[in-house]
Ligand binder design. Structure first.
Ligand code: HEM
Length: 356
């Protein structure tokens, strides 16, 4: 059957999209030119959030299948990179919004109560599906986070929380990483010995340097001891993981991938870890940037949603991290020259070049 020709405006449903801006100030008969900008920037955000959730649908399907095939892995990394690009773009959108001055905002701000970005279901879904742990959420009063959502949104938010998040899938996938068993010895034992040697050398340097004042020396040595204890925890045989959110096996695998990232079999996994860090970092950047904008717009006033405004948002930037463990790994990296060499049979399994 012949298909009707597609017409630009119909395809994009522009009649619906472009008639979806209904300023409260117009309804109230108040002159507030900038409310249109305020609405359009928020709507543009929600469209991008929709695209991020669409990417997450495929990422979860690919990454949640055991085993994750090479093709699936390629799509996962590609999707994560796309999410990162979108996040970079939406941080930049705040510049446009900031062409509205705090004084302009006052023309219509009171008309918005008690609505707030706090009620953005799609933003909550992104956080939840990436893996923001409910216990980490910063409370701003006695109410649970979802009590400010409509009944329908609340149901969607709770349903998302019941499924494994990207963080959970990462944890499980990392824990399944092959190559850590070196036939008798393990990566864990070899790397543990290398790091302890390295940290012991650092401690020796601190102890023997006469230029370091006594107080600083003691502090530095205490820090090294703490690093050794925290490091030992992830390498203990019991999987008791000393404050890491990832399991001990997952942390070891993430370290392995980071150290041997140039081996063909570790290249794509390394890109995956890097993309997750990019996403975490850019989400955090958004949170700081939004908090600063809020400070500029409303000073120390409370938000339309009832929080302490800027202070609450700044705390979320510090605490609402999802893949923080991947950043923490850097504390346990040692120079390339001290990294244990891979046994030949592991190298061969991780390479593109096969013996003829
Ligand atoms: C004039 C511009 C803006 C102001 C003054 C503002 C203010 C606030 C305030 C005060 C909060 C804390 C909750 C509350 O008490 O209401 C908040 C939360 C939030 N806002 Fe905005 N906002 C602005 C623009 C935006 C834009 C463009 C977005 C994009 C979607 C956005 C998304 C959010 C989100 C997602 C939250 C929840 C953050 C969290 O709980 O971690 N805001 N906003």
């Amino acid at each position: 059957m012949a298909r009707a020709p597609v017409y630009y405006g119909d395809y994009l449903k522009l009649d619906r999209l472009l008639s979806a801006q209904e300023p409260e100030s117009v309804k109230a008969g108040v002159d507030a030119h900038d409310e249109m900008l305020f609405i359009i920037v928020h709507q543009a955000y929600e469209l991008w959030f929709k695209q991020i959730l669409h990417e997450l649908d495929r990422i979860e399907a690919d990454f949640g299948t055991i085993p994750v095939t090479d093709d699936a892995m390629g799509r996962v990394v590609h999707g994560l990179n796309r999410i990162h690009e979108i996040l970079k773009l939406v941080v930049g959108q705040l510049d446009v919004l900031e062409t509205m001055t705090p004084f302009d905002f006052l023309d219509f701000r009171d008309l918005l109560m008690p609505a707030s970005g706090f009620q953005s279901l799609q933003f909550r879904l992104i956080e939840t599906r990436l893996g923001l742990a409910p216990a980490t959420r910063v409370p701003f009063d006695d109410k649970a986070i979802d009590e400010r959502l409509s009944e329908r949104d609340r149901a969607a938010f709770r349903a998302a929380g019941e499924k494994p998040s990207l963080f959970d899938l990462l944890d499980q996938w990392l824990a399944r990483t092959p190559f850590l068993d070196w036939g008798g010895a393990t990566f864990r034992d070899a790397y543990r010995a290398a790091v302890e040697k390295h940290l012991a050398r650092d401690a020796e340097m601190v102890r023997s340097d006469p230029a370091i004042p006594q107080e600083k020396r003691e502090r530095d040595l205490r820090n090294i001891e703490r690093a050794i204890a925290s490091f030992s925890a992830i390498f203990s045989a019991t999987d008791d993981n000393g404050g890491w959110r990832l399991s001990g096996s997952a942390v070891q695998a993430a370290l392995f991938i980071t150290l041997y990232r140039d081996k063909p079999a570790a290249q794509q996994p390394f890109r995956l870890l890097a993309a997750l860090m990019d996403i975490d970092e850019t989400m955090t950047l958004w949170r700081y940037r939004h908090a600063l904008m809020v400070e500029r717009m409303i000073g120390v006033k409370i938000g339309t949603g009832g929080s302490s405004g800027h202070a609450y948002l700044r705390t979320t930037a510090e605490r609402h991290r999802i893949f923080g463990d991947l950043f923490r790994l850097s504390s346990f990296l040692i120079p390339r020259s001290a990294v244990p060499e891979l046994p030949a049979q592991v190298q061969a399994r991780m390479g593109f070049v096969t013996a003829s």
